[in-house]
Design a protein around this ligand. Structure first.
Ligand code: ATP
Ligand code: MG
Length: 379
């Protein structure tokens, strides 16, 4: 039987708060998202009392998990800015169950990554569409804008940065507890792949996923960065939600191939970030068309333009088309990303254009995702 919001609210109505009332009796809950037995919502409180609410967040998760039919529950605790909180004031119980504005990532309690101005995710609903290749070349494109850029491999199931950047060395520890990231092509790089053997099968469970990512964010000496690009694992699971919860993501770039099936997954990706209030900076159509290495003829083997149309449909920016090209594959897989090794080539230019469109939205003072007025959730 499908879980309903009402069932979730009934369970939350029995969770006590530090103020002596119950969780549904105040304007602290965001809208509650229930999909396929998975429940996600946030609790937003004054920054000053956030610590006291951590046990409430835990109890809320436990209460929701106990609802028959619920497979997983993720509750984010977020802090309201002081001014907003003052304006809000106490609320009578009768408005308690109305859906609330979910907190903006910038309001989150979780601090950002010290020294890092903007963290952006490169994601896709589906595997193998070229996220990692895009993430690396996008990071290099941002570097070419004169920015200090880091790249974090959050794909702890199948890390690819060691290969894409030909990194074999292990990071050193600083003071026995913190890790020094690796430098390559002017990028500051960290991947779980640096710490484990390529052959080790990686079987991670939800909580381990969360702690591995949190550690790579907070226990690594990232230094000062203008942008950190996060290469996400495929899909819309624990790792993605952890990122959205743990890091004030400035935005997300969705990579898709032009085929219809990939676009459905891309739509899911867009929907997931919108659901957790992370602005979608745009969609990249990868392997958009085939460029013959011999004659330079363009063939639209998968059909083309699908991602552009999908971006328009979703009200998110379209960032560019990257061709399916042998050079991109060969260079990428041998640790020689095109933007670094063929900076004057046409592929590098495409990635630099994408990087410029991304930077325009995340640079200080910009309003990311402002081109995305409507929210369409059809996942
Ligand atoms: N535009 C392109 N032209 C040719 N080959 C490409 C292109 N983009 C990516 N590839 C190749 O496709 C393969 C998959 O790319 P990549 O590893 O970047 O995808 P991914 O989405 O990160 O995959 P995963 O979901 O496994 O993490 C790689 O061999 C890569 O070199
Ligand atoms: Mg990848």
């Amino acid at each position: 039987m499908a879980v309903t919001k009402e069932q979730v609210l009934a369970a939350l109505g029995r969770v006590p708060t530090p103020g002596g009332s119950y969780l549904t009796q105040g304007r602290v809950l965001s809208d509650i998202v229930v999909t396929d037995g998975k429940v996600f919502f946030s609790i937003t409180v004054d920054a000053a009392v956030v610590k006291a609410w951590e046990p409430v967040r835990k109890s809320a998760e436990e209460a929701v998990r106990a609802v028959p039919g619920v497979q997983s529950a993720l509750v984010a605790l977020t802090a309201e800015r002081a001014a907003g909180a003052a304006a809000r004031g106490p609320q009578p119980a009768h408005v308690a169950q109305q859906p609330q504005r979910a907190a903006h990532p910038a309001d989150k309690v979780q601090p950002g990554v010290p020294g890092v101005d903007a963290v952006i995710a490169v994601a896709s609903g589906k595997g193998g569409v070229g996220k990692s290749t895009t993430a690396v070349n996008l990071a290099l494109g941002l570097r070419d804008l004169g920015l200090k850029v880091g790249i974090l491999d959050a794909d702890i199931y199948g890390p690819s940065l060691p290969k894409l950047l030909a990194i074999k060395e292990k990071p050193q520890t600083i003071g026995g507890t913190r890790l020094k990231p690796i430098s390559r092509y002017g990028l500051t790089v960290m991947s779980i792949g640096f710490l484990i053997d390529e052959e080790t099968p990686m079987i991670w469970r939800g909580p381990m996923v969360m702690s591995a990512i949190t550690q790579m964010l907070r226990e690594v000496e990232w230094g000062t960065l203008d942008v950190m690009v996060v290469d996400m694992p495929p899909g819309t699971g624990d790792a993605q939600l952890t990122m959205a919860q743990q890091v004030p993501l400035k935005g997300a770039v969705i990579v898709s191939t032009p085929q219809d099936l990939a676009l459905i997954d891309a739509r899911r990706g867009v929907a997931m970030f919108k659901r957790v209030n992370v602005p979608v900076l745009g969609v990249v159509e990868n392997m958009s068309y085939f460029l013959c290495p011999q004659c330079g003829t363009r063939s639209d083997i998968f059909g083309t333009g699908g991602a552009r149309k999908e971006a328009e449909r979703q009200g998110v920016p379209f960032l560019g088309e990257v061709p399916l090209h042998m050079t991109i594959r060969e260079k990428s897989d041998s640790g020689l990303p095109v933007v670094a090794t063929e900076p004057d080539g046409e592929h590098a230019k495409i990635y630099r254009d994408i990087a410029a469109k991304v930077w325009d939205q995340i640079k200080p003072g910009a309003a990311p995702g402002r081109t995305a007025p409507k929210i369409v959730i059809e996942a």
